[in-house]
Ligand binder design. Structure first.
Ligand SMILES: Cc1cc2nc3c(=O)[nH]c(=O)nc-3n(C[C@H](O)[C@H](O)[C@H](O)COP(=O)(O)O)c2cc1C
Length: 225
């Protein structure tokens, strides 16, 4: 698979097959992804990879807590700007619409939407969960760098025929994750990520999030050919 194909075929996969991914492959993905650049080559990231009994333990820990604390434990950091403003709100609304439409859930059916949201904490059935932590004291530059690491993980995963879903939703369970991962105080979870083999027959994987046309977000000046 070339880089064009890897980029074009990546999407946020929200239904996985129960097929395990060998540790060797996960190690390969994370190791190759560490070629992602970082300002000053700081490599200010920490990755926790969970599979097998650890994933089962985590899922079992969270499942009963979904109804008890629907919004989780609050956030360790704010994911979305408040207010989100336009055109961002409309884009975000659109993916929500496409996602729920794909599984036949009407916007007004809040319990069914919540049930789908809660699937984040079952890793959408993926056999592997990756958790990416940043230094609490670091700033926006290092946060951008870790975003590059996530994207590189997602593209290298494609090279192995695997799919991913980045999951900031895990931030809402930051206290539980801190103790589950034994995360030191200086680190905080930036995002989780589900990793595994896509269930291509699942309707939730059958749509793609649109992107705005090139000339609405980029300009090109001074080119001669
Ligand atoms: C850092 C990050 C965190 C995300 N967190 C979640 C999440 O918690 N749950 C989810 O279903 N999708 C999550 N997404 C997926 C986005 O909704 C998705 O990337 C966007 O709608 C574009 O769709 P695509 O990835 O399929 O191209 C996240 C994406 C990023 C980059």
């Amino acid at each position: 698979m070339d880089v064009f194909e890897a980029v074009a075929s990546r999407y946020s996969c929200r239904a996985f097959l129960p097929k395990p991914v060998p540790e060797k492959i996960v190690r390969d993905i994370v190791e190759r992804a560490s070629r992602a650049p970082s300002a000053g080559n700081m490599q200010a990231w920490r990755v926790y990879a969970l599979a097998g009994s650890r994933v089962e333990e985590l899922k079992a820990l969270l499942a009963p807590r979904m109804n008890e604390l629907p919004k989780g434990e609050g956030g360790d950091y704010r994911i979305y700007p408040d207010p989100m403003g336009e055109p961002y709100r409309a884009r975000s609304f659109k993916v929500g619409e496409l996602l729920y439409e794909s599984i036949g859930v009407p916007r007004a059916d809040k319990p069914a939407r919540y049930q789908q949201y809660a699937r984040n904490f079952q890793l959408f059935g993926a056999p592997v969960g990756l958790f990416f932590a940043v230094e609490r004291a670091h700033g926006v530059a290092q946060w951008a760098d870790i975003g590059g690491l996530l994207q590189t993980v997602m593209l290298v995963a494609r090279g192995h025929g695997l799919h991913t879903c980045p999951q900031q939703a895990w931030v809402s369970w930051h206290k539980t994750m801190r103790s589950f991962l034994n995360l030191p105080d200086n680190l905080m979870i930036y995002s989780g990520m589900a990793l595994g083999y896509a269930d291509d027959s699942a309707p939730i994987n059958g749509w793609r999030a649109p992107r705005d046309p090139l000339d609405t977000f980029a300009s090109f000046e001074g080119f001669e050919g």
